[in-house]
Every structure is written in C-alpha cells, then in structure tokens.
Design a protein around this ligand. Structure first.
Ligand SMILES: Cc1cc2nc3c(=O)[nH]c(=O)nc-3n(C[C@H](O)[C@H](O)[C@H](O)COP(=O)(O)OP(=O)(O)OC[C@H]3O[C@@H](n4cnc5c(N)ncnc54)[C@H](O)[C@@H]3O)c2cc1C
Length: 292
C-alpha cells in the first residue's frame, strides 16, 4: 500500500470485484478506492498517475464483466454521499455521478419533471449511464443532459457545457477518467400523470427483461437498424448455456449467471452467439458489456 500510504481510509488492497458488479463474477482489483470527497479522489488519481497504476471507474457495475483474474490497477467507486447528491431547482435536476439512476428517476417523477421516467428499471449509477448514454427505445439520458463536471486523467476538473457534449447510441463524449456530476433540463408535467406513465413503463420492462435480479447482463449493442435480440432469436440460440451461464429466454440478448459461474463462461457464450450471428447474417455484434 506504499503507493496509497496515508489514504487507508479510502483505498483497500486486493478487493474482490464480484460483489460490486451486477453479474457477481470475476477476480479482485489490486486496489479499490471509495473517495469521500473531491480532494480525496484527486489525491487517489494523482498517486495512481505518478506510479503508473491503471485506473478505472466503476458505477453500479451493471454493464461490466471483470475477468476471472481480476484487474491489476485501481478501481474507483463514487458511491459516497459527496458524489451522490440529487437536487431539483425549477426544471433542472442536478445529480452526482454516484447517485443511483433509479433514485434520480423517482425524484424527477415526484417533482413533476418529465423525461427521465423512460429510464425506469435501468440499473446502475448516473455516471455509468452518462458514460454509455444509457436509454430505452424512446429516449436516452443524453437527450436531457445540459452539462457535466469531469475529472481528466491529468487531474483537471472541467465543466462541459451542453454544446460540448455529444451523445449517440450507447456512446457519449464523456470519456474522461471520471464523470462527477451532471445537470438535466426536464419538462414540467403533472406528477400523478407521470407516475401512471412510470408504472406502465415499469410493467412493460419487467415483462421483457430480467429486472431486479443480480447475475444478469445485456451482452450486445443493436447493430445499425437491427435488434441484437431478434438476430439471436433467429439463430435459435434461446436457452443455450455454457457452464452455468444461460441466455435469458424472454430476451436472449441478456444472460443469466448462476452461482458458481465464471467470467470465462460468459465470454465463451458471447463468442458462440457472435459466431452464429456472423455466420448466418454476416453481421458482427459489438459487445455492450464492458470487459475488464
Ligand atoms: C437487467 C439489466 C437491464 C439493463 N437495461 C438497460 C437498458 O434498458 N438500457 C441501457 O442503456 N442499458 C441497460 N443495461 C445496462 C446498464 O444497466 C447501463 O449501461 C447502466 O447505465 C450502467 O451503469 P453502471 O453505473 O452500472 O455502470 P458500470 O457498469 O459500473 O460501468 C459502465 C461503464 O461506465 C464507466 N463509468 C461508470 N461510472 C463512471 C463515472 N463516474 N465516470 C466515468 N466513467 C464511469 C465504467 O468505467 C464502465 O466503462 C441493463 C443492464 C442490466 C443488468
């Protein structure tokens, strides 16, 4: 712990990452940091940079697969209260990157602010959602984002205004080391009406995707104009397993990992799906899941 000497309140050594991810798989991180304030975060990042220790941000872990051998670097998580504040001012909602997306959605609906309710049921944090421009078929988080604060790899704090932000399908220009917070501009609507819409959206999601259960993830991005789910359905792989990992029957672009599964099983199953789709349709599926 020499590298992070004096930061023992923030950094732990050899931390298992499986419990921090939605899939609950994979090996440990060499270091795991939970900074309690921006100064703490800046210090962790500075020490890592000066000692050439690779650094990654982990939000809710709902889109990350950690390999079985783990991650030889420092993983930073921003779930401390200093990074998880949610505040509403008129039509604007401010959220720290560590806030749960579900809390942001619930707050916006309660305050009669429309837009983010379409993200109901997407697990994870605001930071992860912004980095990947997470969304539904009808909207994504980027559509409502009006600014964000980021920490660069050089340790510089920058506020990115609306005109500097680019969001596209599951991608955003917010690819600096850490997103710290963001501001959303939403539309006023009757909270009762919004709540009804939220409930309907939630029911539809529950009917189609594994929601609320750990040990799951979405594997592939939709290739242009086609749904990855439909492609996988058409190659008749529904219900296929490798080891203790199985394709989810209601949406085979999701998989379910049973206790005892390994990250290697997930990678093999993804390869199998990718190969079958490529052979049948000559379409290369890109992973949506971030593989560490
Ligand atoms: C059951 C289920 C349903 C899902 N449904 C959807 C869906 O409908 N739509 C959709 O778009 N996605 C969906 N996902 C995928 C996933 O939930 C989203 O991508 C989510 O927004 C990821 O957030 P996270 O905090 O868990 O990110 P993580 O998985 O922790 O991280 C994802 C990426 O973001 C980066 N990151 C995280 N926090 C920060 C930060 N503060 N600063 C910089 N980079 C950061 C990480 O380094 C990593 O590269 C689903 C996943 C599951 C398991």
């Amino acid at each position: 712990m020499e590298i992070f000497g004096g930061l023992e309140h923030t950094v732990r050594e050899t931390e298992p990452l499986a419990p921090h991810t939605w899939l609950m798989l994979g090996g440990p991180a060499r270091f795991y940091a939970e900074p309690t304030c921006r100064d703490d975060l800046a210090e962790v990042v500075r020490r890592a940079r000066e000692n050439d220790v690779p650094t990654r941000l982990l939000g809710g872990g709902s889109n990350v697969l950690v390999r079985d051998h783990g991650y030889d670097g420092v993983v930073i998580n921003l779930s401390a209260p200093a990074f998880s504040e949610i505040r509403v001012d008129g039509n604007e909602l401010y959220a720290g990157a560590g806030a749960k997306l579900s809390h942001v959605v619930a707050t916006s609906v309660r305050e009669g602010l429309a837009g983010l309710e379409h993200l109901v049921g997407i697990p994870g944090s605001v930071g992860g959602a912004l980095h990947l421009n997470s969304g539904s078929r009808s909207t994504d988080i980027g559509q409502w984002t009006r600014g964000a604060t980021v920490l660069t790899r050089d340790g510089e704090l920058i506020t990115r205004q609306s005109n500097e932000l680019v969001f596209s399908y599951r991608q955003s220009s917010l690819d600096e080391l850490a997103i710290l917070d963001a501001k959303f501009l939403l539309e006023e609507e009757d909270p009762a009406e919004l709540t009804r819409r939220l409930q309907k959206l939630w029911i539809v999601r529950r009917a189609n995707q594994p929601s609320g259960e750990r040990g799951t993830c979405c594997m592939f991005r939709d290739p242009q104009g086609v749904s990855a789910t439909e492609l996988i359905e058409q190659v008749n792989l529904k219900g296929t397993s490798v080891g203790r990992v199985t394709l989810y029957d209601r949406d085979p672009n999701f998989l379910l990992a049973d206790p005892g599964a390994s990250s290697d099983d997930v990678l093999k199953l993804m390869d199998l799906v990718r190969e079958r789709v490529a052979t049948t349709f000559e379409i290369e599926l890109d992973a949506e899941l971030q593989i560490w």
